[in-house]
Ligand binder design. Sequence first.
Ligand SMILES: Cc1ncc(COP(=O)(O)O)c(C=O)c1O
Ligand SMILES: N[C@H](C=O)CCC(=O)O
Length: 433
Amino acid sequence: MLQLGKSQKAFDDAKRYLPGGVNSPVRSYRSVGSTPPFISSASGSRIYDIDNNEYIDFVLSWGPMILGHANPEVIASLQEAIPRGTSFGAPTLLETELAKKIQAFMPNMEMLRMVSSGTEATMSALRVARGYTGRDSIVKFIGNYHGHSDSLLVKAGSGLATFGVPDSPGVPKGVAENTITIPYNDIEAVKSLFAEKGDEIAAIIVEPVAGNMGCVPPVPGFLETLREVTKEHDAVLIFDEVMCGFRASSGGAQKLYKIKPDLTCLGKIVGGGMPMAVFGGSAKIMSQVAPSGPIYQAGTLSGNPIAVTAGLATLSILQRDPTIFKSVEDTTERLCEGYRKLAAEHGVPVQVQRVGSMFTIFFTDKPVLNFDDACACNNDHFQTFFHYNLERGIYYAPSSYESNFMSFAHKAADIDTTLEIAGEAFREIAKNM
Ligand SMILES: Cc1ncc(COP(=O)(O)O)c(C=O)c1O
Ligand SMILES: N[C@H](C=O)CCC(=O)O
């Protein structure tokens, strides 16, 4: 039995000072009805809690740690950078170096700006799209999550789905009214919306691989349609690759599906585990951003030297050895194929959906294409699977509306152990079917 005595005490204490005891809702484990392990350290594929439990980690800080935790080269670069000072609020050589590196992976990022979170990146990209087009309305897809800014906190999957919060109190009606939501992967809905209102729409923002209703790939033709209608109506196409950038492929979903968005948002991996994100794209649009243009956007800690150092070290490793992407993807596929085989052996209906190194086990017999499909999955089976695994040291996302992630530090033995426990968990589920 997993002992979480110290975590339980720490959680009780934290709840007196932090809403729900956490700094981001999904960490509270409310959706799985248990106590979250309080983490003391992490290394490679493993994280450790304050009760000295060890877990194989498939959350990886919600995606950033593609090289595994505490990668020695990333840590060494931070140790070297920190004594020089932690923030200057002034330009550094490192920022241009990182911008060049990002552009080498994603040539569509002709110009970019660094910010401190994915929320800031998508919020700023929307402002740029609105300022550039002079229009107010934006289109987002039901079950896509783009962070917690007002315009985007509408039918937003992830934590909101987990906690059953459809729209957050505090989002002004007038702001939400400018956000048009339609189902993900629904090509006809996109076409008819644009036929009716295309010339009023500033932008489409999309997770080109959805990760915040679990991992849901785009159906063939979906992203192509988004590109066509936005081009036809002079609207801006924004790919939110905060999660799928560097995971769907080395150049994100835009490289995998060969679509050129006007703007791209990156986060998570681009900051190497530090608070950093980026938005950027066509020079014509990005040159409208202050101070070169009139669209205001700023940040005291934007391009912070420590965050940029971690991002630069991470991307340098990935650039030096591009086989890392293939290796992490192969490991993910081996794991996913193992789940499929074991679930079939035990007669448990699952759809194991994967793109690159993101994956989700959906407890359903039908492919999950949109948020309604994700909501129709068997939550009891998810709960049994989650708890059985956590008890035995396998750390998955504590919500069925999230993706899990693989790192380069996960080796064959980790996958063997994970599959052994997954098989037992499927057997447990089958007992109660
Ligand atoms: C696709 C996507 N966009 C935006 C965000 C917001 O990023 P952050 O949590 O860094 O604000 C997230 C994750 O939270 C995300 O998965
Ligand atoms: N789904 C979210 C981001 O990807 C999970 C992270 C969070 O909200 O804390």
